[in-house]
Design a protein around this ligand. Structure first.
Ligand code: F6R
Length: 261
């Protein structure tokens, strides 16, 4: 696991977007895993700007998102399909037929989940999965107690996640308590994982996720077992990391990061 700390949220998001854009430029038929949430908005704004400036081409990119609320139609303004269209897909030259999210209205939930994993496998796997972290330590909606070997499934969301996300709903109580989520195992299968963590409110969970023991109580800790994960944080989110100085030394001196400093 590599850990990079940038001074601000903006710098952390820009670095994240550059890593993704460079990877797409190296392999135009890129299979990209995506996340939603407040943290990712700055990444999608930067990717949209890079696309507009002809610095990254999404025409052959295929995407799979981590999650979608059960019961929300794509047009619902809190559905993750709506979020993705608004923040990224409408702003770049991607073919929307190449963008995948679980269908929140699927009648057969088990089948929908199985087909979602199959579609990733049939495409040859995800090249890079962009993930955030929830206050519960989740990646996707893999809240505490979820198997670290889980595949895509419908999850019942914990109170921590309900409190984190219900503020976006009107009224807040209308937030669905269940959601489709790619499993922890689904994410671990990606060739590369890039995790973005910003803000003071994530400092405690970031320290537990990056430097604490691997446990299904914090699904993000499973990324410690992934052979190619980069975690990017801003100073505020990195405040409680024990090895901060070491991570900074590596980033400033390792030649592989030269183009990103
Ligand atoms: C969203 C997702 C979640 C979020 C996490 C952080 O697709 O999978 O794991 O990444 O809940 O959300 P924000 O960025 O809103 O704090």
């Amino acid at each position: 696991m590599e850990v990079i700390i940038r001074p601000t949220e903006e710098a952390a998001a820009k670095l994240t977007a550059k890593i993704i854009a460079d990877a797409i430029n190296d392999k135009p038929e890129f299979k990209l895993g995506l996340a939603t949430g407040a943290t990712m908005e700055a990444v999608y704004a930067e990717l949209s700007a890079l696309n507009k400036a002809n610095k990254v081409d999404f025409s052959q990119v295929r995407t799979w998102n981590l999650d979608e609320y059960v019961g929300l139609a794509p047009e619902h303004d809190q559905s993750y399909r709506y979020y993705m269209n608004k923040n990224l897909f409408n702003n770049v030259n991607i073919d929307k037929r190449n963008t995948h999210l679980p269908d929140g209205l699927a009648i057969n939930e088990e089948l929908e989940a199985a087909v979602y994993d199959e579609s990733i496998d049939e495409a040859g796997g995800i090249d890079l999965w962009l993930v955030g972290i929830g206050k519960s330590g989740h990646i996707g909606f893999n809240d505490p107690g979820t198997s670290l070997a889980s595949r895509t499934h419908v999850a019942y969301l914990t109170n921590t996640t309900y409190e984190q996300n219900k503020i976006y709903f009107n009224p807040p109580e209308s937030m669905p308590r269940r959601a489709f989520t790619a499993g922890v195992g689904t994410v671990l299968d990606a060739k590369k994982v890039v995790q973005l963590i910003t803000g003071e409110r994530k400092a405690d969970i970031a320290a537990a996720a990056i430097e604490g023991p691997i446990t299904s109580m914090i699904s993000s800790t499973a990324l410690q077992m992934h052979p190619d994960t980069v975690v990017i944080l801003d100073e505020a989110a990195a405040a409680k990391l024990k090895l901060r100085d070491f991570y900074n030394e590596v980033f400033m001196n390792d030649p592989k990061w030269e183009a990103y400093r």
